[in-house]
Write a protein that binds this ligand. Structure first.
Ligand SMILES: [Zn+2]
Ligand SMILES: [Zn+2]
Length: 310
């Protein structure tokens, strides 16, 4: 399979001289199996350029098909979707997957971002056939020759992790998530860090432990783990309530799972190219010396990896 990164940034797009090498677009990863099944994870602003590329092939004549797996509907994971050109060509078939919510229907979440006064073209004007599939936590399913599994992450409003397997290779996408230690996130928004005196209940601790174990299982033996490593240790201390991890959290999961390669992902919008380099150096130093080798890369726009049979 082929894995291509079209957007690697968290929060909001940050184009400019300081982000030129890693890229300023928000989350979007494309996975294509050798048989040609096309999976797209997240529709941050990176999906705009992917859409343009797809329109140079079968999507231009309305014969394209793609499956978009959405981790959650925070802006940085969906804000590129209204600019995804294949939506506007009749004949294309697009399938959008995301976690089922009690409070909102998936289609209406997507349609509302294209409603007035936010956008000039209503979602009803898309010409492609678009089908929505709402997922329960932990479901496994197949898309043609590709196997997909899901698990719940620890993030405000809850996010979904995906593992995608095909051609004898497996990729896990873990974004966005906080570590499974300090706060249990749910549907509610937290306006500040928890007080130092507040303790997790036994039940919440058990829930976090189960969530962490499921994430490790998902990453077991994975060829590539793409992980939300937005924060340095210091930033995490300041903003534990925003729901993001540090490289050390990702390394711990990958080690426990025996994953082969970790891609640092969802870089902070405040992180310059040089600072991402330093974060990568630090992570590699930390992972060195373990019995089992863990390769670490920092994801950048245009990173193109071939895994398993291609
Ligand atoms: Zn995000
Ligand atoms: Zn988020």
């Amino acid at each position: 399979m082929r894995v291509r990164f079209w957007g690697v940034r968290g929060s909001l797009p940050v184009p400019g001289a300081h982000t030129e090498r890693y890229g300023g677009n928000t989350s979007c990863v494309e996975i294509t199996s050798a048989a040609g099944t096309r999976i797209i994870i997240d529709g941050g602003t990176g999906i705009r350029r992917l859409g343009k590329e797809l329109m140079r092939a079968e999507f231009e004549s309305g014969q394209g098909q793609a499956h978009i797996l959405v981790s959650h509907t925070h802006w940085d994971h969906i804000q590129g979707l209204p600019f995804f050109a294949p939506f506007y060509r009749g004949g294309n078939r697009l399938f959008v997957y995301a976690r089922q919510r009690d409070d909102q229907n998936l289609r209406s979440v997507f349609a509302s971002q294209a409603d007035a006064p936010f956008f000039p073209v209503s979602f009803d004007h898309t010409r492609a056939s678009v089908a929505f599939r709402e997922l329960h936590d932990g479901v496994k399913f197949e898309i043609e020759d590709v196997r997909v599994s899901t698990t719940r992450l620890n993030h405000p409003h809850i996010a979904t992790a995906y593992a995608v397997g095909a051609d004898g290779a497996r990729v896990a996408y873990i974004s966005d998530t906080a570590p499974f230690s300090d706060i249990l996130f749910g549907q509610e928004f937290m306006s500040g860090p928890p007080s130092p005196r507040s303790r997790l209940s036994k039940t919440d601790k058990a829930k976090l432990k189960a969530m962490a174990a499921a994430v490790v299982r998902m990453c077991e033996g994975a060829d590539l783990v793409i992980y939300d490593t937005m924060y340095t240790a210091e930033e995490y201390r300041q903003f534990p309530h925003f729901g993001h991890s540090r490289p050390s959290d990702a390394i711990a999961v990958c080690r426990e799972a025996g994953a082969k390669t970790l891609a640092l992902f969802h870089h902070s919008p405040d992180r310059s190219d040089g600072e991402v380099d330093s974060m990568l150096d630090g992570a590699r130093r930390q992972a060195r010396g373990a019995a089992k080798k863990l390769e670490i890369v920092a994801a950048f726009e245009g990173l193109d990896l071939m895994l398993g049979k291609v």
